[in-house]
Design a protein around this ligand. Structure first.
Ligand code: KIV
Ligand code: NA
Length: 273
């Protein structure tokens, strides 16, 4: 039996073989990604990807718990990280601990991810001192979409210093790793050299200590969301569309169900289900 990966295992991978990370929201996808990944993130992107929400702001703790429980059942090896959703940690370290503890108790995850840099340093310190390892997330933090006024690249020009300070602050506060999202490549490279914890890039740099993407994005489940940082390894969306159209044709033409899909009056040797 393979031993499950822990937050200290991830922390110790600084500068080593790149960490492979993907999202999962369901048991079957967790089973698919587990053998190949170091980290599986139950991201609050679930709200946009599976629930049709316009942003991640409407994602609730209860949604993260249900999806976390589903993913837990599909993992044996990878470290499971669950996003704390908007509104359930920013108010105070107390609120963050209470809700992180609920996520851990109800899903069995060993660690949580939250968005923020200097502004969340005290919270990260509070959680890590109380048995909650924290993955931080700086750069483009989607829960701040209204503050940013969109999903633009963060840290261009003079703004680079802000991202560097954020990455330094979460490191100092005790985060075991940090996601760097949608920042200029040279900045992500520089931060990776500067800080002592693994950086996990998304729209960042090949120099990062790991990479993360949304599994549904690399599988081509959607055609309407194609950011520059996503590489599509399959076109499951168009395959699914063709399969659904073929089923619809078969039903209308009475080609489905065929003889092999229907039951006889009496049971026969070889019947399975
Ligand atoms: O919610 C998410 O999927 C994420 C990442 C892709 C980093 O936070
Ligand atoms: Na997220």
């Amino acid at each position: 039996n393979t031993k499950a990966i822990t937050p200290p295992d991830i922390h110790s991978r600084k500068g080593g073989t790149p960490l492979v990370c993907l999202t999962a929201y369901t048991t079957p996808v967790a089973r698919l990604v587990d053998p190949h990944c170091d980290v599986v993130l139950v991201g609050d992107s679930v709200g946009m990807v599976l629930h049709g929400l316009p942003t991640t702001l409407g994602v609730t703790l209860d949604m993260m718990i249900v999806h976390g429980q589903a993913v837990r059942r599909g993992l044996e090896r990878a470290l499971m990280v669950v996003d704390i959703p908007f509104g359930s940690y920013e108010e105070s370290p107390d609120q963050a601990f209470r809700n992180a503890a609920r996520l851990m108790a109800e899903t069995g995850c060993a660690t949580v991810k939250l968005e923020g840099g200097e502004n969340m340093a005290a919270t990260i310190r509070f959680l890590t001192a109380r048995g909650v390892p924290v993955m931080a997330h700086v750069g483009l933090t989607p829960q701040a979409v209204n503050t940013f006024g969109g999903y633009r690249v963060q840290g261009r020009g003079d703004d680079a210093e802000r991202i560097r300070r954020d990455a330094g602050a979460v490191t100092e506060a005790g985060a075991f790793s940090v996601v760097l999202e949608k920042v200029p490549e040279p900045l992500a490279r520089r931060i990776t050299e500067e800080i002592a914890i693994p950086t996990i890039g998304i729209g960042a740099s090949p120099a990062c200590d790991g990479q993360i993407l949304v599994a549904d994005d690399i599988l081509g489940m959607f055609t309407d969301f194609q950011p520059k940082f996503v590489k599509r390894y399959a076109e499951l969306g168009s395959e699914a569309e063709a399969a659904i159209a073929a089923y619809a044709d078969d039903v209308r033409e009475r080609r489905f169900p065929a003889a092999e899909h229907v039951y006889a009056t009496t049971s026969k040797a070889g019947d399975v289900a």
